[in-house]
Design a protein around this ligand. Structure first.
Ligand code: BG6
Length: 517
């Protein structure tokens, strides 16, 4: 008999329940507006390159960049290459790169100039002749201020048409980058405008958090195991924290960040979406609208914040040094950190606080959900200090880095005394299935090409998320009062006080030894 616990085995794959059955997308033309911008270089091109390496693209797939300037396809490829080398998950191989470069094309011109669209039309027709069958995905990787202009021109030149997407007809889809509006009114106006040109089934509102493996795993963990759901409610959960901490600052995006701030940048979209997945009811199936219906439903049950709530349960911070960044006003009140408490008025969650926090230049890069379970009744552990020693169990869903799940619980320390200690049981994603974890943008671009909108945001949930943060924006933009915090810390102490008043505390952020993270 073995005298040690056997080493962990690679997870066994049980089945594929995805609605699209992981089929390859149709041959498609992908048109990227803003192709020389930061997102295209850091995320989109590396994602498409990796999809190609993994054999995920059908032949032919064309990637047409549209941007100012008069580049050639070759120059466009040459400019993208160092960026892909820097940001790609897999190494750039010269022969594979040549194949990728042969898929690239470029249209240089202003977004308001008809010539740009005439040139694009020619390229799309050439791609169709090569075999893309008229399938098109347009990626609006531009400031939202030009979305309307681009759609109007695409419509005028008959490059898009309003049509319910279904198999057998050429696909025409548009991916819209965040920020999707800057408040409730502008998001509604944007939705109206886009809805004037396209059917909802053609609109892919991207939130890259939804493409992250561990975010998708939330539903599988909850609904694929019978042990969690019975505990997943107000009877057993004391509170939930959702953190998106970054150790980097605004990375030269001063002008953008001054218009955005952390609430619009992270909380309105990424964190409220994660909260929706953690709190939604079981969907009827993994189909896009079944999941999106449930997410929408739970967001509708989130209690709207009153002005009083904003004063008591929302904290804003700004890292010291932000005001010296390029493009930032010397007296800027824009928050780079926010912590907000939400309550959900539903049968399942009544009375359970959900604390969301996000910030830049914090001690570490960490995105995770911590479900804090209720404390045990202290009948067996009667010592005076038992309450502070016996820490309730916490289930952690680690979204990044070191993706995985862990459970902290109490166990007996070996020995003759009933001494207790905290222990951790951890599942590490990368080891568990012995498979590389693909980047969120890879998954989302592929899904859009396949016509699967499950991981994209529907109009109703975008609207609702704006409604929920609107009071915070209103109060904070009308009254100065941002707390300055030191870079490399856990954020402003007032966020700890907010939690502390309710007897709760944040998971501590810890500075990582350099080279880790
Ligand atoms: C983006 C924000 O949506 O998400 C950035 O605009 C932020 O400010 C980024 O840095 C974080 O994404 P990730 O995937 O690195 O957690």
């Amino acid at each position: 008999m073995a005298d040690t616990i056997p080493p962990p085995v690679v997870g066994e794959i049980l089945g594929d329940f995805s609605a699209t059955k992981r089929r390859k997308p149709e041959p498609t033309s992908i048109v990227i507006f803003g192709a020389t911008g930061d997102l295209a270089g850091r995320k989109l091109a590396p994602a498409l390159y990796n999809i190609m390496l993994d054999g995920g693209l059908s032949d032919p797939t064309m990637i047409i960049g549209v941007s100012r300037g008069d580049q050639t396809a070759q120059k466009f490829a040459a400019e993208l290459r160092p960026k892909v080398e820097q940001f790609s998950r897999q190494k750039v191989d010269p022969a594979k790169w040549d194949k990728f470069a042969s898929m690239l094309d470029f249209v240089g011109g202003e977004f308001n100039d008809d010539k740009t669209y005439l040139a694009l039309k020619e390229k799309l027709e050439a791609a169709k002749a090569k075999g893309t069958r008229g399938n098109r995905v347009f990626y609006l990787s531009t400031p939202p201020s030009v979305f309307a202009l681009i759609l109007e021109k695409l419509h005028q030149h008959k490059l898009i048409e309003c049509a319910v997407q279904r198999p057998g007809v050429p696909a025409c889809r548009v991916i819209v980058e965040k920020p999707f509006g800057r408040d409730l009114a502008s998001a509604r106006a944007l939705n109206e405008m886009i809805g004037g040109y396209l059917d909802e089934s053609q609109i892919y509102r991207i939130d890259h958090y939804l493409g992250k493996e561990t975010v998708q795993n939330i539903l599988v963990l909850r609904f694929g195991n019978s042990i969690f759901e019975p505990l997943w409610n107000r009877n057993h959960v004391e509170y939930v924290e959702i953190t998106a901490a970054e150790d980097i600052g605004i990375e030269g995006r001063g002008a953008f960040y001054e218009q955005t701030g952390v609430v619009r940048d992270i909380i309105q979209n990424h964190l409220l979406q994660v909260m929706a997945l953690v709190t939604m009811e079981v969907p009827a199936s993994f189909k896009a609208d079944d999941i999106r219906d449930e997410k929408s439903q739970v967001l509708r049950s989130v209690r709207e914040l009153t002005l009083n709530d904003v004063a008591n349960f929302a904290v804003r911070g700004q890292y010291r040094g932000y005001r010296e960044e390029n493009g930032v006003a010397p007296n800027s009140q824009v928050p780079t950190y926010a912590a907000i408490r939400f309550m959900i008025d539903s049968w399942r969650w009544q009375g359970v606080p959900f604390y969301l926090r996000a910030g830049k230049k914090l001690a570490e890069r960490l995105t995770e959900v911590n479900i804090h379970f209720r404390a045990v009744p202290l009948v067996l552990f009667k010592e005076e200090a038992a309450g502070s020693v016996l820490q309730p169990a916490v289930l952690t869903l680690r979204i990044q880095p070191k993706e995985g799940i862990s459970l902290r619980f109490v166990a007996k320390v070996p020995g003759e005394h009933i001494q207790v200690g905290n222990v951790m049981m951890t599942m590490n994603y990368a080891d568990a299935f012995n498979r590389p974890i693909s980047e969120a943008y890879e998954r989302l671009l592929l899904d859009c090409m396949r016509g699967d909108a499950t991981l994209f945001n529907r109009r109703d949930s975008v609207d609702r998320a704006w409604e929920l943060i609107q009071p915070v924006l209103q109060v904070w933009e009308a009254t100065p009062g941002v707390h300055i915090y030191e870079p490399g810390t856990g954020g402003p102490p007032s966020a700890d006080e907010m939690m502390g008043r309710e007897g709760h505390s944040w998971r501590e952020l810890q500075r990582q030894p350099s080279g880790q993270g």
